[in-house]
Design a protein around this ligand. Structure first.
Ligand code: ADP
Length: 249
């Protein structure tokens, strides 16, 4: 069947400036891919493209049995975009929870409103997911009543609720106070152990070392180096990778 995620020749320009200049990547089912690179290298644009929040100018993306081709001047249909989007659950840097909905309401929103699943089924599912991220007792609270780490864990439960094939994390801990980072990384570790396929943009190198199956180093819109964390992070072959890792400390 091949890899769960297959990205070929992905290109994207904003205002004539090429941000992605031909990205090729595969991820096998059940593996964790960590995307690292300097600010502005295109990491978020790759992730947003996988979730079709950005429409690439060229290339193709396939997640499971849903694929999309992109070409200049070729409009992507709403339905086709929605089908690919439903294959992945996205966790944002700033959780993006709906402030007027309870925690439970936030987790039920996608399944009920977008996927039109029966309310009772979505509710039972959402409660189970909240238990999994350690927030059963917060179901009836509103986002503002939670800590940043708890909000981010709700964000993870909400992304899981649509039952995606692939989980995408865009710097999920970088907006958090340091003492709250661990609880979010712990949930992500659990998901990896359970066999979720994940693509994670992060500066948490310890997480990358311990959890990633492959690390992709992005610079200037291209993948400059890729491989196991022991190779890319411990023995980088490219000077650009070495410089980036030195700067991180
Ligand atoms: P990273 O996640 O590695 O920091 P991004 O993918 O966020 O990089 O951004 C790559 C480049 O694309 C940056 O120069 C950024 O300013 C630009 N960019 C990203 N999104 C947009 C957008 N919607 N409109 C214009 N420029 C954008």
């Amino acid at each position: 069947m091949g890899p769960l995620l297959q990205v070929r020749g992905l290109r994207k320009a904003f205002d004539g400036h090429e941000v992605l200049r031909g990205i090729d990547a595969d991820a096998e089912a059940g593996t964790v891919t960590v995307l690292i690179g300097p600010s502005g290298s295109g990491k978020t644009t790759v992730l947003r493209s996988l979730n079709v929040l950005e429409v690439p100018d060229a290339g193709s993306i396939r997640i499971g049995d849903v694929g999309l081709d992109f070409a200049p001047g070729h409009r992507v249909g709403k339905r086709a975009a929605a089908r690919l989007r439903a294959q992945s659950g996205m966790v944002f840097q700033n959780h993006n929870l709906f402030p007027h909905l309870t925690v439970l309401g936030n987790v039920m929103e996608g399944p009920v409103v977008v996927q039109r699943r029966p309310r009772e089924e979505a509710r039972a599912d959402a409660l189970a997911l909240l238990e999994r991220v350690g927030l059963s007792d917060k179901a009836e609270q509103f986002p503002f009543q939670l800590s940043g780490g708890q909000q981010q864990r709700v964000g993870i439960a909400r992304a899981l609720a649509i039952r995606p094939e692939l989980m995408l994390f865009d710097e999920p801990t970088s907006a958090l106070d340091p003492e709250l980072v661990g609880e979010v990384l712990a949930v992500m570790r659990d998901l990896a152990t359970e066999g979720w396929t994940m693509v994670v943009v992060t500066h948490e190198m310890r997480f990358a070392r311990q959890v990633a199956d492959q690390v992709l180093f992005l610079d200037g819109g291209v993948i400059v180096e890729r491989g196991a964390p022991s190779a890319v992070l411990e023995q980088p072959r490219q000077e650009r990778t070495r410089r980036f890792l030195r700067l991180l400390g």
